[in-house]
Design a protein around this ligand. Structure first.
Ligand code: XMP
Length: 430
């Protein structure tokens, strides 16, 4: 193994991810593990150089303070305990130590080398994946999102054609998205890729369904069904690759932190499929996943793409989805993204897209009154998607986008620019 590691034992501090980041910023790899890890579990980790016990706000779970197994202290690793909190020092909860303290522990006490970088991470993961998988096969649902793309590239490097990728096109992808997955993974990287065009299946199931939650449920359930059908056709698959990343784990709840939202990656597919999981990005933060993708040679537009919801354009084609409105949405969204890229706004704005409500508005085309769809432009900035502010798009820029959309998408009669921050609005319309 290339990299030294500091293990943070999660004793209930909400600052654990920030602490891990601070250590990685010193150039030393750090992982967060549950407080009740056993000495054997600890020894099974690679290159552990020291342990930080980090308590905090959630130290008491169901009335009981969490404690580490005392045998941990006898494992021979240097241990530092941060924040043994009391009721009167709440302001100190969940802080991370000063850089000088961390540096002294990590480098002087533990003797770590600053050898955490993506090249070493990839080499380590390749070795770990090979060790886990041996000569068996891994199945991966490749959506084309950042996480699944990076995990696919990493698995491909590690095990080549022992990896089978399945890309399910649910018909709710953005323009050229599925084509790009086929081009990059199927053709350029020569991956074993099964492409399933399930557009009709999804759109038939969604026909007439206007309720947003119902739409989400149908899309989620149908996705699993299609993937499951493909999985059952294959033989000799023992593993399921997943692009789970560290924030997914935190949001899905740890032994001390509460559930924010459950991620479909975590806990995922039906149990009777009985795969063992391969999750090499489990310890990475989003920007590290992107850096890993760049190091693996993935195209920038794949690695730096904006967040895109799992149900895809399904929650932006408002109400009951129709094919013509979905096409209007796909085309207008492609124009918006193209103009954002030309103006360099794609690197600045967090999320930007179009939405098409389920009504028509009056317009004039060819000197005649005509009914057309309304396209809404949304562009927001956020850190954590819990709140969001509006990007103040330039009017000349907006007018150019309006001109292109109305000219190139004949089904459109109007284009609006939406200005509501989150809260009161949410980022998506449904
Ligand atoms: P909202 O609309 O809740 O969106 O302000 C916050 C962030 O979450 C994304 N989003 C989703 N992502 N499945 C997803 O994978 C979903 O059903 C979903 N709904 C919203 C949204 O794009 C934004 O980035």
């Amino acid at each position: 193994m290339k990299q030294d590691m500091i293990v943070i034992l999660d004793m209930g501090s909400t600052a654990n991810p920030a602490l891990a980041r601070a250590i990685r910023d010193l150039g030393v790899y750090s992982e967060i593990h549950p407080h009740d890890i056993t000495p054997e579990g600890l020894k099974a980790l690679n290159n552990v150089k020291g342990i930080i016990l980090n308590g905090g706000e959630n130290r008491v779970v169901d009335g009981v303070a969490v404690e580490v197994d005392p045998a941990i202290y006898d494992c021979g690793y240097p241990v530092i305990a941060i924040d043994h909190p009391t009721a009167t020092c709440a302001q100190k909860y969940d802080a991370i130590p000063e850089e000088a303290v961390l540096k002294s522990f990590v480098f002087d006490t533990c003797g770590c080398e600053a050898n955490w970088n993506m090249k070493n991470f990839i080499e380590d993961q390749v070795e770990l994946i090979r060790r886990q998988v041996g000569d068996r096969k891994v199945l991966l649902a490749l959506s084309g999102g950042v996480d699944s793309s990076v995990v696919a590239a990493l698995l491909l490097k590690a095990i080549g054609d022992q990896l089978v990728c399945v890309h399910v096109n649910h018909g709710l992808m953005r323009k050229n998205e599925s084509e790009n997955v086929v081009e990059v993974f199927g053709k350029q990287l020569n991956a074993n890729l099964i492409y399933v065009d399930a557009t009709d299946r999804f759109l038939d199931k969604l026909a007439g369904v206007a309720d947003p939650e119902q739409k989400r449920k149908i899309i989620g359930a149908e996705f699993i069904r299609v993937f499951e059908e493909e999985a059952r056709k294959l033989e000799g698959i023992d593993f399921l690759g997943q692009g789970t990343i560290y924030p997914d784990i935190i949001e899905s709840g740890t032994k001390t932190a509460k559930v924010v939202k459950s991620h479909h990656n975590v806990g995922g597919l039906p149990e009777d499929l009985q795969f063992e999981l391969v999750e090499p990005l489990l310890q990475l933060f989003k920007d590290e996943v992107r850096a890993c993708g760049v190091e693996l040679g993935l195209p920038a537009e794949m690695v730096y793409r904006q967040p895109f919801p799992g149900p895809g354009l399904g929650v932006r084609c408002l109400g009951a989805i129709t094919r013509d409105r979905l096409e209007t949405l796909r085309e207008s969204d492609a124009i918006l993204r193209e103009e954002f890229a030309k103006a360099g706004l794609d690197k600045k704005v967090w999320q930007y897209f179009t939405v098409v409500p389920d009504f028509k508005a009056v317009g004039v085309r060819n000197h005649e009154r005509s009914m057309g769809y309304m396209v809404v432009i949304r562009a927001v900035n956020t850190i954590d998607a819990m709140t969001a502010s509006i990007e103040r798009l330039d009017y000349d820029f907006l007018e150019k986008v309006v001109a292109r959309i109305t000219e190139e998408v004949p089904s459109v009669s109007r284009v609006c620019y939406e200005l509501t921050p989150k809260p009161v609005a949410t980022i998506e319309f449904e």
